[in-house]
Design a protein around this ligand. Structure first.
Ligand code: C2E
Ligand code: CA
Ligand code: CA
Length: 716
């Protein structure tokens, strides 16, 4: 809106309005029938304020009725025609919309009775004529500031959205009320909507606000004069109410029913926590904390709506506090220990790695497992320090094992959501492995699915970077409930770690689910590990589905470093470490390998690349076209376990070879992986002509090895 000139020559109303210089300018209304007087006041104030003028009380009232909200102060002459200052002041004080606007009365020097009358009738102050510019300016400034402070205080007393007391004010009022009524027992009740976020997301914030206002209204109504209410924050309300008895209290624990104002919320659940007969020795926020503590016990528990605090909850709180107080020192004093739980290759029954799991040997509470402290650390961010510490301990240990000439197995460490808030995570972890001279492939990072719930893209990028740096990513707790399969294919990972529930519970339909997940994982060229394996039957079942690895009490519990070292030593003695990481266990081409791979490709470079990727695990043969392949296979019946076949070759290309294979019962027993340029349809074509698998260029060592392993497993 355009801003007009200040009206200082007494003609009409000045439209000041809105920001003059970026901040809001206050407006003063000058009411005087004498033009000369108006002009003087105008000149005194115009540099600091926008000015409106009126020639009598009537005109002034009209302006105020129309634009009352904009006016910060009125300067009022008493003697005027039409409506004088006395009547004007009476009208303003009687009008609740206007009565909070301060009025300063301008009086003649010798009219003391006017001053007294004005103050008694609602004027905020007076200035006397002739005007002393500085005095006028000061009084106006001071009065406006006073009024604004009062308005601010008032706003601070009330929650803008619901009109209930603000939290701070509620705390003050709670203490006052308890003081005023020492004989009465009171309860603190906290109400919290389960999954309110979903309401905001599905129906929009506006509807969310509407719901909160309805709730506030309902609580205000039910509580009435039996207590006071506030909105503590977001969707959490608190009420201090008479303990009393009788049915009104049941009304307090109401649930939303879908008829309320047409807002369709059939599934909205409100949970209540109560701290009964509050102790007057604890502060109001402490009372709320206790009610919240009670409420937290039934969060996400189906069918439980009301929970009453009991004093044992506070012991938990006390313990929590002690844990928080001692964590930094614990880190400095190495009270945290890294335990190792072996992971097994279930087909070979060999150790394939380990997971690092943290333990806390607390000087007071003794031995603690992560579920006793991790959630706390996740909330306060300390987890990031702890995870980094565990990572460093693992690197240090791997370095020592290497220096002592032991065989190494990869060790996985767990990462939390909070870790991804650290911007230089990738640099820190790579720096760690570099400092300790650890082959990055030896450090696996376990990242649980739920880490991706917030800001998935940012986290995906970070994890991708880690993967590109050579760390292997295990998707932890897969299937524990958070996963959305549509995002699944975007998640960077090398290994899928199945949640325990798939293995342990007699999961209805688990046979199908387990089989489905493992085949999905195979299809995506991922390895699969199952955790929580406790019995032989479980191992067999996993094996039958084609799961690669397992971890669980059946094999071994998490154990201290020294025990794990003994474990490794024993495994090494029995030659039971997964060979690719064991020292000196590579299989030289043509040596005692069990499986032989035949590479069929006219391009020498491609053959060399594939050979280098496979020959430390398999025997490798190569030929340069389909014709040669057939000849080799005829001359060495039973030798070749798998064929890697290029499509485009001279003499006999891949298509012709596959055709021949189709009609040859010996040949068709050998699985074929087609290696070719990836294209829109190459994979489809490959599978259509009977290949067992497709592998696009450029080749990645892990992928190539996995593909071969996977088709071999199917064959055996
Ligand atoms: P997780 O990553 O799912 O780890 C597996 C948990 O299952 C471990 O519990 C392990 O001791 C337990 N477990 C292993 N085998 C079996 C079995 O056969 N049966 C049963 N019932 N349980 C088995 P733990 O060590 O208490 O760790 C609990 C969780 O704490 C871990 O779950 C992991 O999410 C977290 N955690 C542990 N250490 C760390 C750490 O250093 N950093 C982070 N961020 N989280 C950690
Ligand atoms: Ca884990
Ligand atoms: Ca897990």
């Amino acid at each position: 809106m355009l801003k007009e000139e200040n009206d200082c020559d007494g003609t009409g109303i000045v439209n000041q309005y809105y920001e003059k210089t970026g901040y809001l300018t206050r407006t003063v209304l000058i009411v005087d029938d004498e033009e000369f007087s108006r002009n003087i006041l105008c000149h005194i104030l115009k540099d600091s304020y926008d000015i409106l003028t009126a020639k009598d009380g009537r005109e002034a009232l009209d302006i105020m009725t129309e634009r009352g909200k904009e006016i910060s102060l009125v300067l009022l002459d008493l003697m005027m025609p039409v409506m004088d200052g006395y009547d004007f002041l009476k009208a303003v004080t009687a009008n609740p919309q206007l009565s909070s606007i301060p009025v300063i009365v301008t009086t003649a020097r010798d009219r003391e009775e006017d001053e007294i009358w004005s103050l008694e009738n609602g004027a905020a102050d007076f200035v006397s004529k002739p005007y002393h510019p500085k005095v006028v300016k000061r009084r106006v400034d001071r009065m406006i500031r006073l009024r604004e402070t009062a308005a601010m205080l008032n706003a601070a007393e009330h929650d803008r959205l619901t009109g209930l007391f603000s939290r701070e004010f509620f705390y003050m009022e709670t203490e006052r009320l308890l003081e005023r009524r020492p004989e009465t027992s009171f309860d603190m009740v906290v109400a919290d909507v389960e999954n309110f976020k979903v309401i905001n997301e599905r129906l929009g914030v506006k509807t969310g606000d509407e719901v909160l206002r309805h709730m506030a209204e309902r609580y205000r109504e039910v509580v009435g004069d039996r207590g006071i209410c506030t909105r503590l924050h977001a969707d959490v309300f608190a009420m201090l109410v008479e303990h009393g008895d009788g049915s009104w209290k049941q009304q307090l624990f109401w649930q939303w029913n879908d008829r309320v104002d047409g807002i369709p919320l059939q599934n909205m659940v409100i949970k209540y926590g109560i701290y009964e007969n509050v102790s007057r020795t604890i502060p109001a926020f402490g009372m709320c904390d206790r009610a919240v503590l009670a409420l937290n016990r039934i969060k996400n528990l189906y069918g439980r709506y009301v929970s009453v605090y009991n004093s044992s909850f506070s012991d938990d709180l006390f313990r929590e506090q002690q844990i928080l107080d001692s964590m930094e020192q614990a880190l400095a004093e190495h009270q945290f220990q890294v335990y190792y739980q072996p992971k097994y290759d279930i087909n070979r029954e060999c150790i394939s790695g380990a997971e690092a799991l943290v333990r806390w040997v607390h000087p007071r509470f003794g031995f603690m497992t992560p579920n006793q402290f991790l959630a706390l650390f996740e909330r306060n961010g300390f987890i990031t320090k702890l995870d980094y510490y565990v990572c460093e301990e693992v690197c240090r240990t791997l370095q020592r094992w290497r220096q002592e000439g032991r065989d190494l197995v990869p060790v996985s460490v767990n990462f939390s959501r909070a870790d991804f808030a650290v911007t230089d995570l990738v640099e820190r972890i790579t720096e760690l492995t570099d400092t300790y001279g650890i082959d990055r492939g030896l450090l696996h990072l376990e990242i649980t699915e739920s880490v991706y719930t917030d800001k998935p893209h940012q986290i995906i990028d970070t994890v991708k970077k880690l993967q590109e740096h050579g760390f292997r990513i295990e998707l932890d707790d897969f299937g524990s409930g958070y996963s959305s399969l549509n995002m699944f294919s975007d998640l960077p990972m090398d290994i899928l770690k199945l949640d325990m529930k798939f293995v342990q519970k007699n999961y209805s339909n688990s046979k199908n689910i387990l089989g489905y997940i493992i085949s999905l994982s195979e299809w995506m060229n991922l390895e699969t590990i199952a955790e929580g394996v406790e019995t032989r039957e479980q191992v067999e079942r996993l094996k039958s589905f084609g799961c690669d690895y397992a971890q669980g009490y059946y094999y071994a519990r998490p154990m201290p470093e020294e025990d794990f070292e003994r474990f490794l030593k024993e495994a090494q003695r029995k030659s039971c470490l997964l060979e690719k990481h064991a020292a000196g266990s590579t299989v030289p081409g043509g040596g005692e390998c069990t499986d032989t791979v035949l590479i069929v490709d006219d391009n020498t470079m491609n053959r060399e690349i594939l050979r280098s990727m496979l020959e430390d695990i398999y025997c490798v043969r190569d030929v340069s076209n389909g014709e040669e392949a057939c000849a080799y296979l005829r001359e060495h019946p039973g030798e070749i376990s798998v064929i890697l076949l290029d499509m485009v070759m001279p003499v006999m290309d891949g298509f012709q070879f596959m055709k021949r294979r189709e009609n040859d019962s010996e040949l068709s027993r050998i699985p074929v992986i087609i290696t070719s340029e990836p294209g829109k349809d190459s994979e489809l074509v490959a599978l259509r002509i009977g290949a067992d698998r497709f592998m696009g260029k450029p080749y990645r060592t892990e992928l190539v090895r996995l593909s071969v392993k996977s088709v071999l497993r199917k064959k055996n």
